[in-house]
Design a protein around this ligand. Sequence first.
Ligand code: GTP
Ligand code: MG
Length: 310
Amino acid sequence: MEATKENGLTIETGQPFRTGFVAIVGAPNVGKSTLLNQLLKQRLSIVSKKPQTTRNRILGIYNGAGCQILFFDTPGFHQGSTPLDRFLTEQALKACSQVDLVLVLAEARGQGSLLPLPLLEVIARNRIPALLAINKIDLIERPRLLPLMENLARQFPFREIVPVSALKKEGLAELVAAMVRLLPEGPPLYPEDLVSDLPERFFAAELIREQVLKNIHGEIPYGTAVCIESFKEKDDGLVVIEAALIVEKESHKKIIVGLKGQMIRRIGEAARAELEKFLGTRVFLQTFVRVEKNWTRSQGKMDEFGYHDR
Ligand SMILES: Nc1nc2c(ncn2[C@@H]2O[C@H](COP(=O)(O)OP(=O)(O)OP(=O)(O)O)[C@@H](O)[C@H]2O)c(=O)[nH]1
Ligand SMILES: [Mg+2]
């Protein structure tokens, strides 16, 4: 078959190439970021056991045979009251209204799981096709799957419903095939070797924040932001990063620093190892903790720490 090249991707003549934006949305902690990472075969979006891990709309570019899917990972949908909470909610809602297809993710838990209604309303109002994926099917017995699918199908006229396990990589090929069927025809929009449009320093900050989520419990991680103060690449390839961990209170700073600086050292060492894997080079990471009183309630501070529309 004849083939042409567009943006570095092979397009087989006679078969329509499909390209489109897909928002991955759903309740907190259902596995949206895990799914994105598995689809991209790259750890692009941070994952943790705690809800409300993802804070920004993160673009991840998937190149498959005959398709380019531009995924937005979004913050889990929950309605809190601080400006940071509202920002997170808006990121998810906005992503739903600006894409070609919405992938609603639910998790296989009980039969009564309710999908976030405000998200469904935005999808309906904008008449955007929606697919439902039910994640974490590795956690349930097979006979429970059908009643769960029926319950979720009653909540919205989804085009298709696909059960998956992002963690065990089950059902992912079926999910991609279902998405491609619903995407518009069109040439790829990004070159083949690009995985995201976000700069390396964004991912550096996220990998450090991920270690805060892993190592610190309670409310503190939710009031922590990471600010990359300097990111320099030396001639020998060494990347030198200075990162500030911003917390809301003096008492939080004490906990993140830990006894004799033990905790901040542990966070820094783990983050450095992840950064080296991500950047593929040696990294020298310097971290320090700074208190910005109640920054999650200040629009100006949120802007400064990267929580604003891009
Ligand atoms: N058993 C099982 N666990 C999963 C699966 N997918 C994700 N998880 C786990 O679920 C937890 C949450 O995963 P995330 O990917 O951070 O979830 P999220 O929806 O992005 O969460 P927020 O960004 O906080 O909204 C992590 O502990 C994952 O390891 C799955 O298929 N099976
Ligand atoms: Mg996430």
